[in-house]
Design a protein around this ligand. Sequence first.
Ligand SMILES: Nc1ccn([C@@H]2O[C@H](COP(=O)(O)OP(=O)(O)OP(=O)(O)O)[C@@H](O)[C@H]2O)c(=O)n1
Ligand SMILES: C[C@](O)(CO)[C@H](O)COP(=O)(O)O
Length: 402
Amino acid sequence: MEQELSGTIGIVVVAAGRGERAGTSAEGPKQYRRIGGKAVIWHTLKAFLDWPGSGPTVVVVHPDDHELLQAAIADLPQKQKLIAVNGGATRQASVLNGLRALRGHPIDHVMIQDGVRPFVDRGLLERIAAALTGGQSAILPAIPVADTIKRADAAGIVAATVSRKDLFAAQTPQSFHYETILAAHERAASELEADFTDDASIAEWAGIPVHLIEGSIDNVKLTVQRDITMADEKLRGGTLPDVRTGNGYDVHQLEAGDGVTLCGIFIPHDQKLKGHSDADVALHALTDALLATCGAGDIGDHFPPSDMRWKGAESRIFLEHAAKVVRAAGGTIMNADISLIAEAPKIGPHRQAMREKISEILGISLDRCSVKATTNETIGFVGRREGIAAIATATVVYQGAV
Ligand SMILES: Nc1ccn([C@@H]2O[C@H](COP(=O)(O)OP(=O)(O)OP(=O)(O)O)[C@@H](O)[C@H]2O)c(=O)n1
Ligand SMILES: C[C@](O)(CO)[C@H](O)COP(=O)(O)O
């Protein structure tokens, strides 16, 4: 369905209001105030630019606010796709300017969105798009009114309780057949004195049937300062740190020799590990675990055994490289944990030195480095002293949040 829709739906995001009910702020009108570190309008525009169904996208700006807009969207991906036009004295006038700016673009439909509804979600856009392509000319996302509704007189005395049975709160994007709503808006602008507060009202006035579609509870309009504060809290509190875990496993054969290198520590022994490099299974497993946290492949991708440069190489080179890859991807290494599975030699006397070595190679504190060991209870290839295996887990926190 995304393929079919591509480019056929124009978008108008109105952001030319003064936000009087939200009060004044050094950041400017409410659409330029920051929530979760970005301007409100940044979030709203991103929702549309990210959506594959969106076509030409107009942002309607107050003539005094062009610099504010440019600053607000400086790091917005795909911002070059935006068409900025001046707004009018009312929301209705601003929408009409936005609709006119879409003339000549190959679109069938248009979605008209408040710039101050930053939590519009893709599910809603898809529901609306399906209804538009299904042939409906006017779609209004709305949610049933949840509060009890009262009518009051001028003195603030309740005059009546209004049944909420058939009442809905209107949201945006209100969405239409483009030519139909443009014609209705043009007529309303030339024939009527008063303004409508939404575009569905213009369609109703023009006799176009407006179909309700399920809105989204989160798609609130930021109207007063408290709405903006709550939106900021929601975005800041709702983000999770980007914690990733990788695991690695390695095994090397043992043969007669004079010692093994494990976790960078040489332990005299009557066997040695066979391998292209120094065959340090523990550091190899940890290298894989680290690379896994940023999807960077495995040790063989970075250091092919066919490359003679790594013949007899110290495995710390591999681990240092993996740590660099992780850091270049924005990662901070939080923890490295290795389990060695070996019948002999005894690991216990060397554990502290091993942890210190890993701490030094990775540049992280000792308490974040763990080495454990177990025998294989004489079972299998490890039990028969034919090889040593290692399992490693790395935990890395990446910049940003999910
Ligand atoms: N002349 C106007 C008035 C409003 N809007 C836009 O219409 C949307 C919904 O309007 P509202 O929440 O009422 O915004 P403001 O008009 O800015 O608020 P207020 O009525 O408190 O001044 C907002 O994105 C607002 O920027 C607009 O583009 N042009
Ligand atoms: C378009 C709207 O958001 C639908 O609920 C609403 O009508 C805007 O009204 P406002 O008076 O401009 O806030």
